[in-house]
Design a protein around this ligand. Structure first.
Ligand SMILES: Nc1ncnc2c1ncn2[C@@H]1O[C@H](COP(=O)(O)OP(=O)(O)OP(=O)(O)O)[C@@H](O)[C@H]1O
Length: 250
């Protein structure tokens, strides 16, 4: 790769593979699990969720990931976000990241929504002072003013997604990673999120987005990657990749 393209890369994925060890049989409890491990009775088999992936996401790209269920999209995003260490290969990210990956991750269901804003905000690296100054913006964007003192366990998944999106986008990171969270929000909230993503794109944020809604990928993204059964199947212009993927799904 040339020096210029390297400087332009926000995400550089180089021959990345992710292999999980899956137990061959179901165990009923943690105790049984440890007993079987100690007696060497529990066998594992390897499962390759991402197989030798290499690609680059450049500054200013709005990059979509598509593929059928279980093809490895979320695993790829978790590697990019630094949540998972790849079994092979390297993944480099240049800049700050706001990951919106697993709905509810980084939240405590027993705490109120307000307390969770501080907890999740701290996990994203924000100070208490910063969160005090921005909590009104977060609550305003999520439109959940009447529910701030309610424990998060009583929230619907759409309400959790509203809070998670509002916190992740309170600052403008170099890279915004959005997994299926948008799909659980209602139509109006999805539109509001898309508008905010578009504003961030205009100001230079690079976006990585997973969605089963190919029209959403076509609307938002310039480039797309289709992952199928753990392997990269097609990389290129978002409209072309979505068209090929739709054809395959039929
Ligand atoms: N921690 C894990 N341990 C074992 N297997 C895992 C783990 N995480 C993911 N997998 C497996 O890896 C494969 C890819 O999962 P992944 O969640 O990346 O798929 P996906 O493309 O995001 O699917 P979907 O569209 O359904 O969200 C699946 O078969 C899944 O069961």
């Amino acid at each position: 790769m040339s020096e210029t393209s390297q400087q332009n890369a926000v995400v550089q994925v180089d021959h990345v593979s992710m292999v999980f060890n899956i137990a061959n049989e179901k165990v009923q409890s943690l105790k049984e699990y440890f007993i079987k491990i100690a007696r060497r009775e529990l066998m594992f088999k390897e499962f390759t969720a991402v197989d030798d992936a290499s690609f680059t996401v450049n500054r200013g790209d709005v990059f979509g990931l598509v593929g059928t269920n279980g093809s490895g999209k979320s695993t790829m995003l978790k590697i990019i976000a630094g949540v998972l260490e790849p079994s092979k290969g390297t993944c480099t990210v240049n800049g700050t990241i706001s990951p919106l990956i697993e709905l509810g991750a980084g939240f405590d269901p027993e705490l109120t929504a307000r307390e969770n804003i501080y907890l999740n905000g701290a996990l994203l690296g924000h100070s208490k002072k910063f969160l005090d100054e921005h909590i009104k913006d977060i609550i305003d964007f999520a439109e959940l003013h009447d529910f701030m003192e309610m424990p998060l366990k009583n929230y619907s998944s759409g309400m959790v997604a509203r809070i998670a999106f509002a916190i992740a986008t309170v600052t403008e990171p170099d890279l915004l990673i959005v997994d299926e969270v948008l799909s659980v929000g209602d139509f109006l909230f999805q539109q509001k999120c898309e508008n905010r993503i578009n504003d961030m794109i205009e100001r230079g944020t690079t976006v990585l987005i997973v969605s089963h809604d190919t029209s959403q990928i076509e609307r938002l993204c310039n480039r797309a990657l289709w992952i199928e059964k753990s392997k990269l199947k097609m990389l290129g212009d978002a409209k072309e990749v979505c068209a090929a993927y739709r054809e395959y799904e039929r």
